[in-house]
Each structure stands twice: as C-alpha cells, then as structure tokens.
Design a protein. Structure first.
Length: 318
C-alpha cells in the first residue's frame, strides 16, 4: 500500500508540473500535420513503453560506479560545456516558440526519441547563429531539414524525406529544397552533427547517482520536462551552457521530489550533482532561481507551446 501511495503522489506531482493547456496542433500557418500518421494517443503509449522498459536511455539501469560510465559522463560534459552561440536576432521569441511547438508535435506523432528533439534544436540554433542574415520566413524549411537530419542520426525507424515533404510540410517545399537545406545545416555545424545531447548527459548523470528506481524516474522526467521548456526561448540557453542547464534541471528535479517525498539524502544528491557539473560559484543560486522562475512562469512566457503538454503526457506513467 505504501508503494502505491508513493507512486500516486509522484504521478500527481508530475501532472502538476505540466503546462495546463493542451493543443492538438501548433496553429502556425503552413505548419499543419497530415492526419495520416498514427494518433497522438498511440504515439504516447509507445513512448510510455519505451520509457518504462528503459529502451530510450540508460537511466533505468541504476546507479553505477563503472569507470567507463564516469569517463563517458566527463567526456559528454566537456563537449556540452560551451555556451550556445547566440542565434539570429531576426528569429524572434515568437518565431522560435512556433517552430519548436511544431517540431514537438512532429516528434510525438512520429514517435521520435528525446535525443532527436534536442539534436534538432541544436542544429537549428547553430544554423541561425552561423547565418544571422537569413530571413525568419525560412525557419519552417530549416526545421523540416533539421527534423530529417536528426531523425536519421538517432532512429532506426527514421522519418523519410518523402514523408517530411508530403505529409509534414504538406508539399510546401520540394525534396530538393529540403535536401539542400540539410547540406547547409551540415556546413553550418562544421559537419559535426552527431554531437551528444543534453538527454544523453542527463541519462549518464542519473545513472551515476545513488537513487532508487522511482526516484530516478521522477527526476529524469522532471528534468527532461524542464529542458524541453528551455528549448522554446533563448532566455535560459543564452545564460547557461547546455551542460550547466542539464545540471540545474537535475537539481531542480531533485528539489521538487524533496518537496513531495521528503528525504534527508536529497541535500547530498544536490551536492553530488553540483560537484559533478562544476556548478559551484556565486552565480549558481541565481541561475537555479532563474530556471525555477522560468518554469513557474512558462505558460505566460511561451503561450504558443500548446503541444508540449501532450508530448509530456507519457511522463505521468512512472
């Protein structure tokens, strides 16, 4: 009975973290999805299965002191330690929110992994940082090309170019235009498109923490939701490196868990994460407070994020 009560409280806490408004489509002109792919509900059930079985990440494997795991964490941390280059200022926050809400919807409908979502976001950001003069009207084409590239890199069952051209973009662009923008994305990213993502760093970090299975699942889902929210705005990504943001999201997830399920070890876990992510310093608490306030105010800051709640719905299946 105690285990059931614990799971019920965690599910309730997870639901409370989600944005309240659910949307079935992004509502952005020219960004409609064809009804042909499988339904959101089926996609969510598939994601729930992969999350619960551990297929999507090594988080479910448990705490590890394996030197190889430690080495992988250190290597991934170094590669994500550099701050993102500032994207083009021509891409307003409204443009960014609209394109990422559309990308989130595509990821849910076509059952793509979280790593694909974050890789897609990194490709888009680096492209516009490298090409600040490109018109915002091209952002839909860039998003389509980034989806195509990220999906091929991360998934055996990737989204084929013909599906992107015909179903996802509704024939707005030709296959040649999307393929050409893919080539431009390669060049803008110095042909290094298989970089680790924040999701991989999150999974490795949690595998090293001495958490039990339910704690690890809660922190993983909470931190992942927070990181997804941060994709929608430049506010946090311009202040922190991807590695810093991942560490802060884990700490915030731990603190949220501590509010729901008090545990005297939470403080120790926070210190371990802060040490591993090298977050000590005078800016640590201001950045953590800024991230917390951003998540609290997310709905008012990014009202366009209507598909994020639906994409997050599988997080309630702990």
């Amino acid at each position: 009975m105690q285990g059931k009560e614990t799971r019920r409280r965690i599910r309730k806490a997870s639901a409370a973290l989600l944005p309240k408004e659910a949307g079935q489509s992004s509502g952005s002109p020219g960004m409609e999805l064809s009804p042909e792919p499988r339904s959101h509900a089926k996609a969510d059930r598939s994601m729930m299965t992969r999350e619960s079985t551990g297929e999507r990440s090594p988080v479910a494997l448990g705490a590890s002191s394996d030197p190889m795991c430690e080495a992988h964490f250190s290597s991934t941390l170094r590669r994500l330690a550099q701050k993102n280059r500032c994207p083009s200022l021509q891409i307003t926050e409204r443009h960014r929110a609209a394109i990422f809400d559309w990308v989130v919807e595509v990821m849910a409908v076509y059952e793509q992994r979280d790593t694909t979502l974050f890789r897609c976001a990194a490709l888009i950001d680096r492209f516009y940082a490298q090409n600040p003069s490109i018109s915002p009207s091209d952002i839909h084409l860039t998003g389509a090309a980034a989806i195509a590239m990220a999906s091929k890199l991360d998934n055996v069952k990737y989204i084929r170019l013909g599906v992107i051209q015909e179903n996802i973009c509704q024939g707005k662009f030709s296959k040649e235009e999307i393929a050409t923008r893919e080539t431009e994305l390669f060049k803008a990213n110095d042909f290094r498109v298989a970089q680790p993502t924040q999701i991989e760093l999150l999974a490795t970090a949690l595998a090293l923490l001495p958490l039990d299975a339910s704690q690890r699942a809660f922190v993983s889902n909470s931190a992942t939701m927070i990181l997804r929210m941060c994709l929608f705005t430049r506010e946090m990504s311009s202040e922190c490196s991807p590695a810093e943001l991942t560490g802060l999201a884990i700490i915030l997830g731990l603190k949220i868990m501590g509010q729901i399920l008090p545990d005297p070890k939470i403080g120790d876990f926070v210190q371990i994460v802060a040490r591993k992510f090298e977050l000590a310093g005078p800016l640590f608490f201001p950045k953590l407070q800024a991230l917390h306030q951003f998540t609290v105010d997310f709905e008012s800051i990014v009202p366009q994020a209507k598909n994020l709640r639906h994409y997050n719905s599988f997080s309630k299946a702990l």
